[in-house]
Design a protein around this ligand. Structure first.
Ligand code: MG
Length: 310
């Protein structure tokens, strides 16, 4: 069997109906526009635009009309690496860990591990805790201030100067993140002692194996009950809380960089950022980039071009 499905416009479907007019069958399924039977293939077009080609010649017949419909997104949408997640993970007392600032030319990387007990989960939901990417900066600030009052957490901020030193030593961003996460989790475990979390969930930025390779040689390596998943904030609210606190710390760091620079330092790594970096070079000299930016980003060269073309 070589069944095929394509997506077609209403216009194409009408053309198809005309093309198969001699082979149309009377019975059309619910939601269908037409059905036709030809040698080795049954064709069914739906109002949704999907057209099914069933039978041995299905694929060949469908290729007359277009390409296959894009595959449905894989389910589940999250990717887990290392140990499989416990089934009830979203209900556990858990440390979530997430980072911010890795894609921003200006400003530090901030990593936060946050501990949320089972009993606090409804309250966090009530406060509007969700992935920081879906919250505005004022919302982040408002929620973060509330969280800071009752959630045990550990925040690590890697200032740009140190980031640049580490990067020049050959540390990749992946390694830098791994070292910071491991360290933040360790700090938090000590902070909440004698309480032991039921699980630790790191918002996955690399495969578990690579993560542990990165932190080889660290004084203490936290491995027990550590899980990795992409979209960690949708798995456990502690990761969302960590992402909010990390974002809050990042915003505050950007504010103090803006104050130091004497103008607003933009986020991200786009053309506005190039211009701001050029402005910084002009007012404070190239050396200032060391304390403000992630030097190895392409923005450095772009800013230099802006400065020296003038
Ligand atoms: Mg993340």
């Amino acid at each position: 069997m070589a069944n095929a499905v394509i997506s077609a416009t209403a216009e194409t479907i009408l053309k198809m109906k005309d093309h198969y007019k001699k082979d149309l069958v009377e019975k059309v399924p619910q939601g269908g526009v037409f059905s036709a039977k030809i040698n080795g293939c049954t064709i069914t077009a739906y109002k949704s635009g999907k057209v099914l080609f069933q039978g041995a010649n299905g694929e060949a017949e469908s290729s007359k009309w277009g390409t296959a419909a894009p595959a449905k997104p894989k389910s589940p949408k999250t990717k887990t690496s290392g140990m499989a997640l416990p089934e009830n993970i979203s209900d556990l007392s858990l440390i979530g860990s997430d980072e911010v600032g890795t894609g921003d030319y200006f400003g530090p990387i901030t990593v936060v591990s946050a501990y949320v007990e089972r009993s606090q989960i409804p309250l966090l939901k009530e406060l509007g805790v969700k992935d920081s990417k879906n919250l505005s900066d004022p919302q982040i600030i408002e929620i973060a201030k509330k969280l800071l009052k009752f959630i045990p957490y550990s925040l690590l901020t890697l200032p740009n100067k140190k980031y640049n030193q580490w990067q020049k030593k050959g540390m990749t961003q992946g390694k830098i993140k791994a070292v910071l996460h491991n360290h933040a989790i360790q700090n938090l475990l000590e902070k909440i002692e004698p309480t032991v979390p039921e699980a630790i969930l790191i918002d996955q930025f690399t495969e578990a194996n690579t993560y542990y390779k990165h932190i080889q040689g660290q004084k203490r390596i936290i491995r027990d009950r550590v899980y990795f998943s992409t979209k960690g904030e949708s798995i456990h609210i502690a990761v969302a809380a960590a992402s909010i606190l990390a974002r809050y710390a990042f915003l505050k760091a950007m504010d103090s960089l803006s104050e130091k620079a004497g103008f607003i330092i933009p986020k991200g790594a786009g053309p506005i950022v190039d211009k701001a970096a050029a402005k910084l070079i002009q007012s404070k000299g190239e050396a200032a980039l060391e304390d403000f930016t992630k030097l190895h980003f392409a923005n450095t060269q772009k800013a230099m071009k802006i400065v020296y073309k003038k």
